[in-house]
Design a protein around this ligand. Structure first.
Ligand code: ATP
Length: 512
């Protein structure tokens, strides 16, 4: 175990066993974020756990390194007193994972909030844009360009102030001095990088010459403000390519009744030439932005002390979330994130059981513990069936009745040798760099077939056996390990855990 207390050599080093892990707060493309409680202080955090193997496989080392570097810079108390960022308290790692201990954002993200409200009133949009400007100014003064500012990456703290997150795409530009445009910086070859960010918020200069600069974040602020007032971002189309075309032609409209001062402000940020954007020529902060009429009533220095205004649509329904979570979230939990603990948190009990070697002599666990499967199958659940596979006394009759029912949907029935389908669902099966959507069909036998659903062709089977092991990674991703091969699978509907439970239940039924 190795740990690195952030910037504070006197702070004792922490590891996973210093925390009790609670529920999953969310999944990223290569991380899972858990609610966690520091055993010593009782303080709650969000701990982002990135699996090393996955990072290496997806070649995301740079992304993770950059995120840590920027978070450390922004969390450095000596350099920053700005409250509007997710703070990194410490990092550590063990043989399988990297851990980032972060401020817990208790009120979700700005996108979800905005979707609930549909639109923000001008006062609310003005307040959040002011916080965003204040945070971005601070970040740029430290030489950090975010490059992926969007409502999903703006989290909300207990009092609903903003916490900017997701610095994996960020760039650190050399300083001092603070340069208005990083195109003049000496970052050399790193400047011409591949496309970063999200289509709707990406600035034209990133699309044309792949050069980002602090002004690229100013463009994104213009897009986010437009979205707060209108409900949708300014540049929208069916494909990314079409969105890019619109951005390059500055093709967007203000609807009737769009507040005129906000319109003037946005029009000064959504300017094709990055050097002409409001603020791009400022040095040492963004006075020209802060002095715009849109912020007439805002005192930037005391923003954090104010209570953020509520959108009128949410005024009666939105409660502030209390800082501490429900104590029952941590009950019975042991410190750390061992395999056993992980399976408990993901709602499984697979690792509580004996290892493969001792399985045969182990007493049969109660069926009830593994029978609560909510199947994604289109076959109606049998009335008297306990669990996925445990049929009662009149087993034969029930199976026959279910098979009869199944025959009425012959497209799958014939592909699985007329065996009773226990569970089915569309799953993306990854091999190398490519992922293909397959219909997975788990049947009596046991067999796990996968079919190309476009051509209705049986593509293969995952070999079932005593040692088959389904390993959940998060709600969407899971792996199936067989002696000869590991299958990398993603259920975009989020039923990965159900699949793992089902596979384990069937494995036990046949082989234990
Ligand atoms: P990707 O890494 O694929 O771009 P992401 O940025 O959403 O995705 P993470 O930063 O790993 O990935 O976060 C995953 C999810 O976890 C988020 O969408 C959010 O719901 C939740 N989350 C992340 N950080 C926090 C936090 N500090 N407090 C509360 N929830 C968080």
């Amino acid at each position: 175990m190795d740990s690195e207390a952030n910037n504070q050599s006197t702070v004792p080093k922490k590891g996973p066993n210093d925390f009790i892990f609670g529920r999953v707060l969310g999944d990223g493309s290569f991380s899972t974020v858990y609610l966690a409680k520091d055993i010593q202080t009782g303080k709650e955090f969000a701990i982002k756990v990135c699996e090393k193997r996955h990072i290496m496989r997806e070649k995301k080392q740079q992304y993770v390194k950059r995120e840590k570097e920027v978070l450390m810079l922004l969390s450095d108390k000596v350099k920053t007193s700005a409250p509007f960022f997710v703070r990194l308290y410490c990092t550590f790692h063990d043989h399988s994972s990297l851990y980032f201990v972060l401020t817990r954002a208790t009120n979700g993200d700005l996108l979800t909030y905005l979707q609930k409200a549909e639109k923000f009133d001008e006062e609310v949009a003005q307040f959040y844009t002011a916080e965003l400007v204040h945070a971005v100014e601070h970040m740029h003064l430290l030489g950090v360009v975010h490059r992926d500012l969007k409502p999903e990456n703006i989290l909300l703290d207990t009092h609903r102030h903003i916490l900017i997150t997701d610095f994996g795409s960020a760039k650190i530009i050399p300083q001092p001095p603070f340069l208005p445009d990083a195109d003049n910086s000496s970052e050399g070859t790193a400047r011409r990088s591949s496309f970063v960010g999200t289509a709707q918020y990406v600035s034209p200069e990133i699309l044309t010459d792949k050069r980002s600069s602090p002004a690229s974040d100013l463009w994104a602020i213009g897009c986010v403000l437009y979205q707060m007032l209108e409900g949708n971002p300014p540049f929208q189309a069916r494909s990314e390519y079409a969105i890019f075309q619109k951005i390059l032609k500055l093709e967007f409209e203000y609807p009737a009744l769009f507040p005129s001062v906000a319109q003037d402000f946005i029009s000064k940020l959504l300017v094709i030439d990055s050097k002409e954007r409001l603020g791009a020529q400022d040095f040492g902060g963004y006075p020209s932005i802060k002095q715009h009429r849109f912020f007439q009533s805002i005192d930037f220095e005391t923003l954090y002390l104010k209570t953020p205004p509520c959108p009128s649509k949410c005024r009666d329904t939105v409660d502030l979330v209390s800082e501490a979570s429900d104590p029952s979230e941590f009950l019975n939990a042991e410190p750390g994130l061992s395999g056993q603990q992980l399976s408990k948190l993901l709602g499984l009990h697979l690792n509580d059981e004996p290892s493969d070697a001792s399985r045969k002599s182990a007493p049969e666990p109660s069926r009830e513990t593994s029978s609560s499967i909510s199947s994604t199958t289109s076959v109606p659940p049998p009335p008297a069936k306990k669990g996925l596979i445990h049929f009662p006394e009149n087993e034969q009759q029930l199976q026959a009745r279910l098979l009869q029912q199944q025959k009425t949907q012959p497209q799958w029935h014939n592909l699985v040798d007329k065996k009773l389908i226990l569970k089915q669902g569309l799953i993306d099966k990854r091999k190398g760099l490519f992922s293909r959507r397959r219909m997975f069909l788990l049947t009596l036998g046991p067999n796990l077939y996968y079919v190309d659903p476009s051509n209705m062709v049986l593509k293969g089977q995952v070999p079932f056996g005593l040692t088959l092991k389904a390993e959940p990674k998060n709600f969407k991703n899971f792996h199936i390990h067989t002696p000869g091969r590991t299958y990398y699978l993603e259920d975009s509907e989020g039923f990965a855990l159900e699949w793992c439970k089902a596979l384990e239940e069937v494995r036990k039924h046949y082989y234990d």
